[in-house]
Design a protein around this ligand. Structure first.
Ligand code: TXA
Ligand code: MG
Length: 329
């Protein structure tokens, strides 16, 4: 059985979470992006439990969540570019993949033995939990592998109904999409996953070009983002993208003032606000899925700002299931 606790008595909740983590148990934590399934990153058995709970392939590394620059520097090698990005965007929705530091005691399962580590500092109660634990926490999104990420405590509870799991309810996630992931390799920056921090913001701050996975030739021969399954964030229903009209018997997921009206219609943002759309995306896909329809038709979402990340997730939700992007594994 899952147990949901609120953050009303903040210190008590932090104590309870830290106690569970020290016992080697998983705890579901709220972050500004999506809910995470957290374990002490230095405890191999605890990290293994996360892979088991998620049915996650073990070649897929986990993001190591730290409480700030100091802890990050113990685990990853931060060059000047990394430090600039940390100062500007942490705590916040940016994950940096950097060379693994010699002083790291993160378990090999966290890094999948790639020689790099994904570091991120979350906002709010999760940052406080990490500080009190004194170790980073490894936390993938709190969903079964390949499924939609949870943006509320209830989503997590539904996903792990049968599991003994403490869930910390921090309310709905502000961003609603997973963090931007940026690989830093000297002066070469590669965007591994688009998110709320845009490539443009990163370029403006660092003065360096941000390559996409397609343009960085190296990414074709090296595993840069083993978690980049083509099919990911997938609802049960088939998803059709850039629809102008809705197919018969399908549900409609709209954006802006479209006039499509079917028996089952949800609108990501009637005013065409991409931030609102991002925060609603996963909750709405789950809602439509609950209605057990076969197909979800999605309106076109503009390809700028958060629209880039929304389209990235939608493309994966629409992809044939269980196909893995070609990487040299
Ligand atoms: O917003 C987020 O990032 C959420 C919250 C909970 O922090 N976490 C999250 O974790 O989305 P996850 O495991 O669902 O996605 C992390 C992605 C995976 O695709 C994984 O392959 C990639 O990050 N990743 C982690 N460490 C990496 C590394 N060292 N090199 C390349 N990719 C890495
Ligand atoms: Mg995930």
């Amino acid at each position: 059985m899952t147990k949901i606790i609120s953050t009303q008595y903040m210190q008590q909740t932090i104590d309870q979470a830290v106690c569970e983590l020290k016992l080697g148990n998983a705890v579901a934590i709220p972050t500004e992006t999506v809910y995470g399934l957290a374990a002490d990153a230095t405890n191999g058995e605890a990290v293994a439990k996360i892979f088991q709970l998620k049915n996650r392939p073990s070649f897929n590394p986990l993001i190591c969540h730290v409480d700030g620059m100091m802890m990050a520097a113990k685990y990853g090698e931060l060059n000047q570019t990394a430090e600039k990005l940390v100062e500007a965007f942490w705590p916040g929705p940016l994950t940096l993949v950097v060379p693994l530091s010699k002083s790291s005691d993160a378990h090999d399962l966290v890094t999948a033995d790639l020689g790099t580590i994904g570091l991120r500092c979350p906002c709010g109660i999760s940052q406080k939990i990490i500080t009190q634990l004194g170790h980073p926490i490894a936390a993938p999104s709190a969903n079964k592998s390949g499924r939609i990420s949870p943006t509320s405590a209830l989503h997590v509870a539904n996903e792990f109904e049968e599991t003994e799991l403490l869930i910390i309810d921090g309310g709905p996630c502000a961003v609603g999409l997973e963090s931007t992931i940026l690989r830093i390799d000297g002066d070469t920056l590669t965007l591994l996953r688009p998110g709320a921090i845009s490539a443009q913001q990163i370029e403006e701050l660092t003065g360096l070009k941000v390559l996409s996975l397609d343009t960085n030739i190296q990414s074709k021969t090296k595993i840069l983002a083993p978690g980049m399954m083509t099919s990911h964030y997938a609802p049960n229903a088939n998803v059709l993208l850039n629809c102008k009209t809705c197919e018969a018997d399908a549900a409609w997921l709209g954006f802006g003032c479209d006039n499509v009206d079917t028996a089952l219609t949800l609108n990501l943002s009637k005013t065409g606000n991409l931030t609102e759309a991002a925060s609603n995306l996963y909750a709405y896909l789950k809602k439509l899925d609950k209605a057990a329809i076969k197909t979800i038709c999605v309106a076109p979402i503009p390809m700028h700002d958060l629209g880039i990340a929304i389209n990235d997730r939608l493309k994966r939700a629409a992809a044939p299931r269980n196909k893995i992007i070609e990487t040299a594994l």
